[in-house]
Design a protein around this ligand. Structure first.
Ligand code: HEM
Length: 435
């Protein structure tokens, strides 16, 4: 089998601007008829090979880490050098082994009630027309702050406000450009995007370090928030994590967990408001099974398939020896990008791919290289189970009690930093709510 490889032949600057301004259209344009692989120039990640075929994705996920490195250089100024997103092997696996158990199984079941309470209290406080995106963001920021810090103190409230401002900068299409163009990382005063980012990062860091210090002094081993768990974690040589390392992990969870989950929740509400018949099916399923029914599960998966919050997995860079993917050889230095959006819209895997159809997940199972909103292999999202649980718990809490109207009814996804979400002009209001 020989897979031709398409190439974006426009000027590199035009490719990069297109990728930043409208990544969905960029992928759609480059996929071409063959739709398996294409190569493009997108700034620091060049040459980038977008892999849009399930067999190719599986091959990349199976490559051992001595052949490829997972890299997110653009996020270094935000998440720091100890984050899972910025460390290479073997340090990455050592940290992952320590952190992963806190995000799975029984450990996360204790967060279900937090999610339900937050969802209902945000829904109650929402009265007039407002942005659907900020409604979802308010829920996910409150949930992740409570899970990470057991928020509730004055300090944690201050942190939430500052974090919301920092995230605003990082998700603004224009103000976040410094992440992609390092030459914009110049401090020309507090009015410049980089100067503003540095000020907010420092304010956020100061509060995080205060919270860490306070928690070390008043340590309580019964606490179940992530910060307390990181404080008691020990590496294999029995050393604890430093404050700087804990800061890097916390900011990664807060940033990684807020925007992506808000995007998937916003789309979930959008589809339920847009299609009355699907909402009815959801309500029947929730009435029978609560937040663990098969239709709610399929609905959440289809929401994550059609407009997956992150279009690509973490880029994998070929180390010193070439690797082969789909029978094509790629030299050292190439960035391999498993393209989630590209695979999720293949008509041979998902017939009628632009139709929102949750039943497709009931009709047949999909493999981990056909459906992979959370990426895969040693870099798979550590928040996957938490995010799926949050989507289900929040939708199951709100939909039976509140009916949402949206305006406009037809929208396209928009880029916000490293995620795509519903556009800000999409407004929502309750048309039916408990009195
Ligand atoms: C719907 C919600 C979410 C989506 C769609 C999502 C998606 C992703 C994707 C695609 C990756 C890259 C995986 C790869 O390269 O193979 C990733 C990595 C990551 N995500 Fe998420 N994520 C979500 C929620 C969360 C949450 C709630 C957290 C934390 C609380 C989180 C923390 C992380 C971290 C730490 C990584 C880096 C893992 C590593 O490199 O070892 N994410 N996520």
């Amino acid at each position: 089998m020989n897979h031709p490889i398409a190439e974006d032949r426009r000027l590199p600057t035009i490719q990069l601007v297109h990728w930043i301004a409208n990544p969905v259209d960029f992928i759609y344009r480059n996929l071409g008829e063959e739709g398996n692989l294409f190569v493009a120039q997108i700034g620091r990640l060049s040459p980038a090979v977008f892999i849009c075929h399930p067999a190719g994705v599986e091959e990349v996920f199976k490559l051992k880490h001595d052949r490829i490195a997972g890299v997110s250089p653009n996020l270094l100024p935000v998440v720091g050098s100890s984050s899972l997103l910025t460390t290479d092997e073997p340090e990455h696996q050592q940290r992952r082994r320590l952190i992963l158990p806190h995000f799975h199984g029984d450990r996360i079941r204790v967060y279900r009630e937090i999610m339900r309470e937050v969802a209902l209290s945000v829904a109650r406080s929402h009265r007039d027309w407002g942005q659907l995106r900020s409604f979802a963001q308010e829920i996910t920021l409150k949930v992740i702050s409570k899970i990470v810090f057991a928020a509730g103190s004055e300090r944690a409230d201050r942190l939430q406000t500052k974090l919301a401002e920092l995230l605003q900068t990082l998700t603004s299409p224009v103000r976040s450009s410094f992440l992609l163009f390092p030459f914009l990382q110049k401090n020309w005063g507090s009015w410049s995007p980089w100067g503003q980012f540095l000020r907010l990062r420092q304010e956020v860091d100061e509060i995080i370090y205060e919270i860490i210090r306070d928690r070390r002094q008043n340590f309580n081993s019964d606490r179940t928030d992530i910060l307390s768990l990181l404080l008691s974690a020990r590496f294999e040589d029995d050393t604890p994590m430093s404050d700087t390392e804990i800061r890097d992990h916390l900011i990664t969870f807060l940033i990684g967990g807020r925007e992506t989950t808000a995007s998937s929740l916003a789309w979930g509400f959008y589809w339920a408001a847009k299609y009355e018949n699907l909402r009815e099916k959801l309500l029947e399923d929730i009435a029978k099974h609560g937040d663990s029914g098969p239709y709610l599960d399929a609905f959440c998966k289809e929401t994550l398939r059609i407009y997956t919050p992150t279009l690509i997995s973490t880029p994998r860079q070929v180390r010193d020896r070439p690797v082969r993917v789909l029978d094509v050889e790629f030299p050292a230095g190439t960035f391999l990008l498993p393209c989630i959006y590209g695979v999720h819209h293949r008509p041979d895997v998902y017939p009628n791919p632009y139709k929102f159809d949750p039943d497709r997940f009931i009709r047949r199972p999909y493999s981990s290289s056909e459906f992979f909103p959370f990426g895969g292999s040693n870099r798979r999202c550590i928040g996957d189970a938490l995010a799926m649980m949050e989507m289900k718990v929040v939708l199951a809490a709100i939909l039976p009690q509140y009916k949402m109207a949206i305006d406009p009814v037809d929208v396209h996804p928009q880029r916000f930093g490293i995620t795509i979400s519903v556009p800000d002009r999409l407004q929502m209001q309750w048309v039916d709510r408990p009195s």
